[in-house]
Write a protein that binds this ligand. Structure first.
Ligand SMILES: Nc1ncnc2c1ncn2[C@@H]1O[C@H](COP(=O)(O)OP(=O)(O)OP(=O)(O)O)[C@@H](O)[C@H]1O
Length: 300
């Protein structure tokens, strides 16, 4: 079942059309990566899902129920981590989670059990310090714990890793993977390598629409170029080879790339290298990266 569905959603700010006939669905128990350039409309989309912004046309459903602007009925299914989470800095993490639990109407026992469980999950179980002493990574981890407090079916994270160093990013990604069994996750990011590490499905928002969508594998397969590159030991061999195969692009004095090269082209190149006893360092098929796909789609 799809936990989230957007059907033909459009949104304007004044005369500026930000979201234009946007449709996509997020299946349960997946991690859904939402990519887009700065200003593509990712935060706007998330706020519309949360009913914090009105939509001009279309429909958004969370857990099969229609989202209405200004009402928070469907938010019972959602945990939200904004890009810059705000806390009461003078509290400890446990005090903060207790307060959030009380506000959402959880009972005392539930609050204690769940808070203890979640602080352990995000690696803050031993932290008795006040939140104001926390690093950005720790604050982001506490933000996830808070967003998961009421066991949401859908966890929405707005750029959860963007401001973090590689180790902080890894912590967050590991947490997202560990909660996926119970919660569907949608997260936006500019860090495409993060998407490649944890996402099952991806969608690229461009000009207010989904320009690319599917499982990570499908998306890569769709744009798979069968190109390959050859790195030579000697500049002179590289030049000889390039003269014989003018279809190769010279990347530098020892490296050639054949962007559209097929498997047959690769075999021909290997035969030529063997027949002429050319020393090479490597011959390698190029795997499409999400970064390349992104650039390919955005520049169209
Ligand atoms: N409340 C608002 N009033 C007017 N324009 C807005 C408002 N909120 C967002 N916008 C505009 O809508 C567009 C999309 O903004 P949004 O914040 O959704 O993008 P984003 O994809 O989240 O970008 P970023 O990656 O930079 O956070 C931008 O051009 C922004 O200036």
């Amino acid at each position: 079942m799809d936990i989230l569905t957007l059907s033909h959603v459009s949104k304007k700010f004044g005369n500026q059309s930000v979201i234009n006939d946007l449709s996509f669905s997020v299946p349960e128990h997946s991690i859904f990566g939402f990519i887009g350039e700065n200003g593509a409309g990712k935060t706007t989309t998330m706020k519309m899902i949360l009913g914090l912004l009105s939509i001009d046309t279309g429909e958004i459903k969370v857990n099969g129920e229609t989202v209405s602007f200004g009402q928070n009925k469907t938010n019972q299914y959602i945990g939200y981590l904004p890009d810059v989470p705000e806390f009461y800095d003078y509290m400890t993490p446990m005090e903060y989670l207790r307060l959030c639990g009380m506000i959402t109407g959880m009972n005392k026992h539930e609050i204690t059990t769940r808070s203890t469980e979640l602080l352990a999950l995000v690696g803050l179980e031993n932290s008795k310090k006040r939140i104001k002493t926390f690093s950005r990574g720790m604050k982001q981890r506490l933000g996830i714990a808070q967003a998961l407090l009421n066991s949401p079916k859908l966890l929405i994270c707005d750029e959860p890793t963007s401001a973090l160093d590689p180790s902080g990013r890894k912590d967050i990604l590991d947490i997202l993977v560990s909660v996926k069994q119970h919660t569907t996750i949608i997260f936006s990011t500019h860090v495409l390598s993060d998407i490649e590490r944890v996402c099952d499905d991806v969608a690229l928002l461009h000009n207010g629409k989904i320009a690319l969508q599917g499982s990570l594998e499908e998306v890569k397969e769709l744009y798979r170029s069968s190109g390959f590159e050859i790195e030579f030991k000697q500049d002179s061999d590289c030049t000889t080879f390039a003269n014989h195969f003018p279809e190769f692009e010279q990347i530098h004095s020892k490296l050639l790339l054949y962007p559209q090269g097929s498997d047959t082209d690769m075999k021909n190149a290997i035969n030529y290298i063997a027949d002429n006893s050319i020393d090479i360092i490597k011959i390698e098929k190029k795997e499409p990266t999400l970064e390349n796909l992104f650039m390919e789609v955005v520049k169209k």
